[in-house]
Design a protein. Structure first.
Length: 367
């Protein structure tokens, strides 16, 4: 009897050992699948619509191509989430909104929204550079992240100045005293004129309020502020000076084989800034995934990829534009000294201020 019982126990444990791995694996598989399915159901899956509202140009790759790359990366990290991208001009976007349309995510130029009623609050993001942290803020809450920016430049046609025996500086920056001296020489010569590029929702003339190490005033500032908005005259060689966004010059240079201008940084002011916001009134899951996409545009990979557009990140990145002295110079300075308007204040006061003090007050310039 004892031997029979011992034999029974041996057979029982033998069968148990043979079946245990299979049962155990089934349990693990079931638990793994259950956990994955629970996690999947807790997150949003489905379609998202992203509008990219275009105001200022890029200097290389287009903003649409850039966002498509960011979308591909985001979709790979978030299965069953699909982002539809639509590019619109400022007038097209306003018409669509007036007709009752609004996207889940909106990439918009600074000054597009006069209030934040259409946008939901976003979590604070400490990676933003200090001068940009207030750009999408209203009433103590953050409604949009600035994620890329450009800067203003002065460009000069070397041939025109050589013809007048007026040498151009080989530096890539004008301080206010040097710019003042140069502008006075231009006024005295009486043969020079300037043109400017004015993107929609932007005031390049305001850059003259924030020149470096001083300010222009009187006739010197009027020389630039009263310039006609006609960039074609500069690139045709008809006008020797141009005030414009840097990326616009970069793009034009690549398309123009005749004129190779000398380009200078001169101001800490920029209203050339693109922000990303999330539509208000969505359910929690959808709002969360949209907020994650917005935050992804501030990631290291996304921010460093802006160099392909010849635009500047709004977060701190090392060794960027090391082979482009002007861009390296301006990005280094922008990190500490940029004067960026608050987007909502900028939209609420769409006219050029009369002074630097009024500019800082009306548009709530960051420091």
């Amino acid at each position: 009897m004892k031997k029979a019982f011992t034999l029974f126990l041996c057979l029982f444990f033998a069968v148990l050992c043979a079946l245990s791995p299979s049962l155990l694996l089934q349990g693990i598989h079931k638990n793994t699948y259950t956990l994955w399915e629970q996690k999947r159901q807790a997150r949003y899956t489905g379609d998202l619509v992203l509008w990219h509202i275009v105001s200022f140009k890029t200097g290389g790759e287009s903003g649409v191509s850039y966002l498509k790359a960011r979308i591909r990366a985001f979709e790979q990290e978030n299965p069953y989430v699909f982002v539809e991208l639509r590019a619109l001009s400022v007038p097209e976007a306003r018409e669509a909104i007036a007709g009752g349309e609004f996207p889940d995510l909106v990439s918009f130029p600074l000054g597009f929204f006069a209030d934040a009623s259409a946008l939901c609050p976003l979590p604070a993001n400490s990676s933003l550079l200090r001068p940009f942290r207030h750009a999408g803020r209203l009433g103590g809450k953050i409604y949009a992240y600035p994620y890329m920016a450009d800067f203003y430049t002065l460009s000069a046609n070397p041939d025109a100045f050589f013809a007048e025996n007026m040498p151009l500086s080989l530096e890539t920056e004008w301080s206010a005293p040097a710019l003042l001296e140069w502008t006075q020489a231009l006024l005295s010569a009486g043969t020079f004129s300037a043109s400017l590029s004015r993107p929609l929702l932007a005031f390049p003339e305001a850059a003259l309020f924030c020149t470096r190490n001083g300010a222009l005033s009187g006739k010197s500032r009027s020389f630039w502020q009263n310039a006609p908005a006609d960039t074609s005259a500069f690139w045709a060689g008809e006008v020797p000076l141009l005030l414009s966004p840097a990326a616009e010059v970069k793009r034009a240079e690549s398309q123009n084989t005749v004129l190779s201008p000398q380009v200078y940084g001169f101001s800490d002011y920029t209203d050339l800034c693109q922000l990303i916001g999330v539509r208000a009134g969505m359910d929690t899951q959808k709002e969360t995934i949209c907020q994650e996409f917005a935050a992804a545009l501030l990631s290291r990979t996304a921010q460093r990829a802006l160099s392909s557009l010849y635009l500047l990140p709004t977060t701190a990145q090392e060794d960027l534009y090391a082979d482009a002295p002007l861009y390296h110079q301006e990005y280094t300075r922008l990190q500490k000294c940029a004067r960026v308007p608050n987007s909502f204040a900028f939209a609420a006061a769409p006219q050029l201020p009369a002074s630097a003090e009024e500019c800082a007050k009306m548009w709530q310039l960051g420091k």
